[in-house]
Design a protein around this ligand. Structure first.
Ligand code: PLP
Length: 407
């Protein structure tokens, strides 16, 4: 008899985006003439930078000729991309990361979901709340939790984010082995300072723990005092893995390219307590289960680091940041407390009522779609997330309508 992995039955169905879609569809059907403005889902809306398009076209042309055609590439990514990433994203910021510590992939979602595979089923996992749900569900699938009770899985250590701690959670009260951190944060837009990250790095060093650091929104950091990588923090090489993505940086959500950094010094332990470098473990996992990102897409990613690519990427992010700043300023003027919107495309707003009530109010009174914070965890109740991914004209109109609706 073929038996299933029973852990899948523990998964709480994520009703968030399907619930949103249902409510939006019902409202649109009842009001067919209304123009809805969607500031909900975190997908980008603007075209790929011209430098990436040029690189894509020329790589496609290479594939059209037997002389320059490429078949399977190295699973970890082409050297041209790994080298430029190490140099531009890390060494240029004083972080000691080498090309063979970079693993190119087709998404930070897969990498942040898959990474837990190389650790024991027995480890204690710390999850922030609110949270990007991938970290939670993949550990449930792997059997590291019990069943869910009141919206929380037994066995996780939850790290609460709230107004008091600025949605930068405090250290856990009980020992944990694996810690998921995400800065700039999805959904809250909060960003940790060097000092705050140092506290986590020191914790991981003191407790033989490991940090999985998701920096998918790194490109939105503009404050020069803030760290772009966890490897800018002393001691992080031994205790942190970092996920990066071209999705939000350069509009690659539909093109797919990302990478994971696993320093050779980064360690975990055997059952007997022997220290093991996890770089070869991840290399083994990656080369066994993944067959590299397509050549044209890696060339397009490489173009992000060209002189013209850098200018275009900055302009792209500046466009969204301008939207974000505008949304935050308008919501604050209406008397709402906000986090994010600076160094982040997300604005996290205290709605002063239930998340879904605020969602419905904005949908019905302003025809604007946001995301209810409760969908990201218990601590998100009472909040909504507004995303800056849209045209400035739409953002202006949305804020005008919200202003009227909340008068
Ligand atoms: N990590 C976070 C925190 C995200 O919000 C997202 C996408 O929304 C991802 C990772 C996924 O990135 P990718 O498109 O590279 O899979």
């Amino acid at each position: 008899m073929i038996k299933i992995n029973e852990n899948y039955l523990k998964l709480q169905a994520s009703y968030l985006f399907s619930d949103i879609a249902k409510r939006v569809a019902a409202h649109q059907q009842a009001n067919p003439d209304i123009k809805l403005i969607k500031l909900g889902i975190g997908d980008v809306t603007r075209a790929l930078p011209e430098a990436c398009i040029k690189a894509l076209h020329s790589a496609v042309d290479e594939m059209a000729s037997d002389d320059s055609f490429r078949g399977y590439g190295p699973e970890q990514g082409y050297a041209f991309l790994r080298e430029i990433i190490a140099k531009e994203d890390f060494q240029a910021r004083g972080a000691d990361i080498q090309a063979d510590e970079i693993f190119v992939s087709d998404g930070a979602k897969c990498d942040s979901g898959n990474f837990q595979e190389i650790f024991s089923g027995e480890i204690k996992v710390a999850i922030t709340d609110p949270v990007y749900p991938v970290y939670v569900d993949t550990n449930v699938m792997a059997g590291r939790t019990g069943v869910a009770k009141d919206g929380r899985y037994q066995g996780f250590v939850y790290l609460d984010g709230n107004k008091e701690n600025g949605f930068i959670p405090d250290l856990p009260c009980e020992p944990v082995d694996l810690i998921y951190l995400c800065f700039p944060n999805n959904p809250t837009g909060a960003m940790a300072t060097r000092e705050q990250l140092k506290v986590w790095v020191d914790y991981a060093r003191d407790h033989q723990a490991l940090i999985l650091y998701d920096a998918a929104y790194e490109a939105f950091i503009r404050d020069t005092d803030l760290p772009h990588s966890i490897y800018e923090i002393e001691g992080a090489r031994e205790v942190a893995v970092e996920f990066r993505s071209f999705s939000k940086t350069a509009g690659f959500t539909g093109t797919r390219c990302a990478y994971t950094v696993v320093p050779k010094a980064c360690r975990a332990y055997t059952e007997a307590g022997k220290e093991i470098s996890i770089n070869p473990l991840w290399n083994r996992r990656h080369t066994t289960k993944f067959n590299s990102v397509s050549y044209p897409v890696q060339r397009a990613a490489e173009a992000v680091y060209s002189a013209e690519g850098k200018v275009q990427v900055k302009a792209l992010i500046d466009y969204y940041l301008n939207n974000a700043g505008y949304i935050r300023q308008r919501m604050e003027a209406l008397g709402y407390d906000c986090i994010g919107g600076e160094n982040s495309p997300y604005i996290w707003i205290d709605g002063k009522r239930g998340s879904w009530d605020f969602f419905d109010l904005l949908l019905h009174q302003a025809a604007v779609v946001c995301t209810p914070g409760a969908g990201f965890g218990k601590c998100g109740e009472g909040y909504i997330r507004i995303s800056a991914f849209n045209s400035f004209a739409n953002v202006q109109e949305a804020m005008e309508r919200i202003g009227q609706a909340l008068k």
